[in-house]
Design a protein around this ligand. Structure first.
Ligand code: MN
Length: 257
């Protein structure tokens, strides 16, 4: 699978949440963007699986967003049911921001179950949310996924430099979006990471450029900005990101869509 060589990587985008989502799925192939279409609820899995089946560069993640856990604890059963079909898992994780802290205990139970299910199954690639909870997320990953062949991509990482190093030491990848590159502290953090662990993402349509939602092709500009940070040419960075994607996906089994 995914034998075609892409030009760019968007490893965290909610393709199914755009009003013109069918066009967005097709555009990933047309513009040669290897895209991980994350979802926020396991209820979205069957439809996203069908949409992804019509493309060659879109991967689909079985998701259970931490911000939705409070209302949908019963969806965990559905998550477990679909997991054997999924090679990619996301968006999952924890959110200790003020709006979602009240469900944090439920979120932890849910994320723990998801990690245990992934550990049992093996070969999954997870796109993980860690708002104000990087330390907790990293220690749960260490506890449940160490010694398995699952891989983790920390999406929109906002933890400390020490936490980033700890996550990189465990083997985590980091998907970087343009909003992150507006902060000097984040740029310094990225400079300190092994560049073999970097990927790009948009987190569209939740992020914006001006007043419009981002779309996967916006990773071209993110790649250019990252090139400046890494002091490389855009072409070298583009190759680096494709190579990182290939290495990440090579390390896991090829089960599921
Ligand atoms: Mn997201």
């Amino acid at each position: 699978m995914f034998e075609e060589v892409p030009s760019f990587v968007d490893y965290h985008c909610h393709l199914d949440l755009y009003p013109d989502y069918e066009k967005q799925f097709r555009a990933c192939d047309a513009k040669r963007i290897a895209t991980l279409a994350v979802t926020t609820t396991p209820r979205a899995w069957p439809r996203n699986k069908v949409l992804t089946g019509t493309t060659s560069l879109v991967r689909v993640g079985l998701g259970f967003h931490p911000q939705l856990v409070g209302d949908h604890v019963e969806d965990l059963r559905l998550f477990a049911k679909y997991l054997p079909e999924a090679r990619f898992v996301g968006e999952v994780g924890l959110d200790a921001g003020p709006a979602h802290y009240k469900t944090f205990a439920d979120q932890k139970r849910t994320f723990e179950t998801i990690l245990k299910l992934c550990a049992q199954a093996g070969g999954k690639i997870l796109s993980v949310h860690s708002v104000r909870s990087a330390r907790e997320v990293i220690s749960m990953i260490e506890t449940h996924l160490t010694g398995t062949d699952n891989r983790v991509v920390l999406h929109w990482f906002t933890g400390s430099v020490a936490e980033a190093r700890r996550a990189a030491g465990w083997g985590c990848y980091f998907s970087i979006n343009q909003a992150m590159l507006g902060k000097t502290s984040t740029i310094m953090l990225i400079k300190g990471l092994p560049k073999e662990r970097l990927l790009t993402e948009t987190d569209g349509p939740f992020t914006k450029i001006g007043t419009r939602p981002t779309i996967p092709s916006d990773v071209a500009e993110t790649t250019n900005l990252l090139a400046t940070i890494l002091q490389e040419s855009p072409q070298e960075t583009r190759k680096l990101l494709i190579s990182n994607l290939t290495q990440l996906e090579k390390r896991t089994q090829c089960a599921g869509v």
